[in-house]
Design a protein around this ligand. Sequence first.
Ligand code: BGC
Length: 474
Amino acid sequence: MSTISHPTHTNRQTILVCFLAALAGLLFGLDMGVIAGALPFIANEFNLSSHHQEVVVSIMMLGAALGALCSGPMSSSLGRKKSLLLGAVLFIIGSIGCAVAHSMEVLAVSRFILGLAVGVASFTAPLYLSEIAPERIRGSMISLYQLMITIGILAAFLSDTALSEGGHWRWMLGVITFPAIVLFIGVLTLPESPRWLAMKDKHELAGKVLKLLRNSDKEAQDELNQIRESVKMKQRGLQLFRHNAHFRRSTYLGVLLQFMQQFTGMTVIMYYAPKIFEIAGFATTREQMWGTVIAGLTNVLATFIAIALVDRWGRKPILKLGFSGMAVCMGILGYMFHSGISNPTEQYAAVIVLLIFITGFAMSAGPLIWVLCSEIQPLAGRDFGVTCSTMANWIANMIIGATFLTLIDTIGSSGTFWLYGVLNVVCIVLTLLFVPETKNISLEHIERNLMCGNPLRHIGQPPQGKTGKAITTE
Ligand code: BGC
């Protein structure tokens, strides 16, 4: 059986299903973006010290890491659909809790619940998308999730800007309840992942879902046969990790990829955009807020480049291009901050370089790391592998968020941006050494290549041999 299929059109139902699941990303983005604008008002109302403000901000990341940790066993036993539903319920409870909180403690607990929801969403949505999308559009469908994250961040920046006039922080946090309800209703209509169903020996149901989502019964049957093959592996999750060196390699690669995404420095720009505009010489809050909105908009628009190119150019060339662009931009920004920004021309030049950096991230590492992390794990260990990589994302996110201001104070803004420039160069080298090209290859074929010991950077290679058959493991 060939691992590459070439039907020309995609089932509309599949796109709708992917879109609804990707809505989880919107909530992730909204909750990540909203706090920057709400924090000054919250601090004022509850009289919070800097330390308490840090707690309010970072408790969500803690919840997200924990949420991701619990998601593996949960989505393995309950299924992807029920996990997404639970995520939506947590989003609703957390958002209402934040909006009505009358003390810092209630607010912190509500933010923690939101964090759990973000952790569940960031684990389950890309995983579900990778398991539901046909291989020829899998990259763009998982990138939809990242597009939703960026739209969420932008919407949060915009609502912060609009609601900041009257200091309506409860509304800033509370309006997120509405998209959370939409997510809940949307997920109710989703089919369960055919790969999870097959893992639970529900092959007939898995076949039904595939028939609904594929263009022909033959295509559905071929895919089901491949899935059945990979389900045969006896050991699962942690057990597989302990006993199988090949699975350990893909788990470590997932963790590495998420660290690479965070160490590009993009998250710092999302969390501290107003501060960066201040460093670039924009003194008023208004200028800083609008600069932040433009940064958010660039992030959204550039994600479309990834959606358009990921299944045509492939993952690796786009990643190399993105990391190179980001390295150069960080180098230039470091130089500009070092030599001092003294006139409006230099200020705007710095903004343009920053926007090119954001474009570099949004068209590459932003979506592609989520794509790769959900593609490289074998079915029997997918929940465990994706749990580890998603947790790595949140741990790295916390490290980056917690060290940025200290770095600026100790090595200065030029030193900090140069450091991120060097880290992006390291990412190029790591991409060359370890990252596979997974374009147009079925998840089952990637798994066979991994489990028969092919080097990580080759696990996405098409089937070898005269028969056109994939390499077999056993
Ligand atoms: C990352 C976030 C980042 C966001 C920016 C996501 O993929 O995981 O850390 O802030 O993209 O769009």
